[in-house]
Design a binder for this molecule. Structure first.
Ligand code: AR6
Length: 231
């Protein structure tokens, strides 16, 4: 899988040089470069405290189901550290299931700097959000709102006021947003996963029957919404 990551990085870097040698701006052109790519964090497994073994099973099953239905897409699970437990669990289980490593792989880095820091192009990113779709809090939600600027909050409010667990909403990023301009991200998909943290709303009190169902629904909704975006 490491090889697949590097290979994909290099391919992206190469195509960037061919196309955009003088300018690193995505405005006015297709940022997906023909490969519709979704980068997503592991939903619910940090602040929402969802079990990592169960979450990794659900990620791999959902990815596998999705890739049976769609061609010419890439799904990329992202986390900040190369010591990420969820990344190693998912890599192992994806290999056991023989999931094609050029269509699904893991990437270590900040999801808000995939292009500028990682030379990796993703036209769509997912956010592990809260039910009010509010900026701030912590984790990836705070990072994405910080990187995208105020226009993400405005664009989000035009699409939805709140989200229920297991659902997602697609938000087109205005081309003036720094996340669009610098990173080539055209859409953010907010996803609300199940919450196992007693300090947060909609706490599931360790009910993993319900929790697993909601996490499964969350990934299905995320991937279906991603597939509905025109590249
Ligand atoms: N880039 C990539 N991955 C990240 C980044 C980043 N910049 N930041 C965190 N992660 P979490 P949740 C990974 O806690 O568990 C928020 O306050 C992180 O290591 O962001 O669904 C919301 O407002 C982990 O693997 O989301 C909600 O209230 C994954 O992203 C609540 O937290 C998800 O961790 C949602 O909690």
């Amino acid at each position: 899988t490491v090889t697949a990551e590097l290979k994909n990085k290099n391919e992206d870097h190469g195509s960037l040089n061919d196309e955009n040698s003088s300018e690193r701006s995505f405005v006015g052109g297709s940022s997906c470069n023909g490969i519709h790519t979704l980068a997503f964090p592991s939903i619910s497994t940090s602040d929402f405290q969802f079990d990592l073994e169960k979450a990794s099973d659900i990620i791999v099953d959902s990815v596998s189901d999705f890739l049976k239905k769609f061609d010419s897409v890439r799904l990329v699970l992202v986390d900040l550290s190369d010591k990420s437990k969820i990344l190693s669990l998912v890599r192992k289980k994806a290999a056991e299931k023989n999931i094609e490593s050029n269509k699904f792989f893991t990437f270590v880095g900040d999801i808000t700097q995939l292009y500028t820091k990682g030379n990796f192009r993703c036209n769509v990113i997912a956010n592990a959000t809260n039910w009010r779709l509010k900026p701030g809090g912590g984790g990836v939600n705070a990072a994405i709102y910080r990187a995208a600027g105020d226009s993400l909050e405005i664009a989000t409010k035009e699409r939805a006021e709140t989200l229920s667990p297991g659902n997602s909403v697609v938000v087109p990023l205005p081309s003036s947003s720094p996340l669009h301009l610098r990173e080539g991200v055209t859409h953010v998909i907010h996803v609300l996963g199940p919450n196992m943290n007693p300090q947060r709303p909609n706490y599931l009190k360790n009910d993993y029957v319900e929790g697993c169902k909601i996490l499964h629904d969350a990934y299905s909704s995320l991937f279906e919404n991603f597939a509905s975006i025109k590249c």
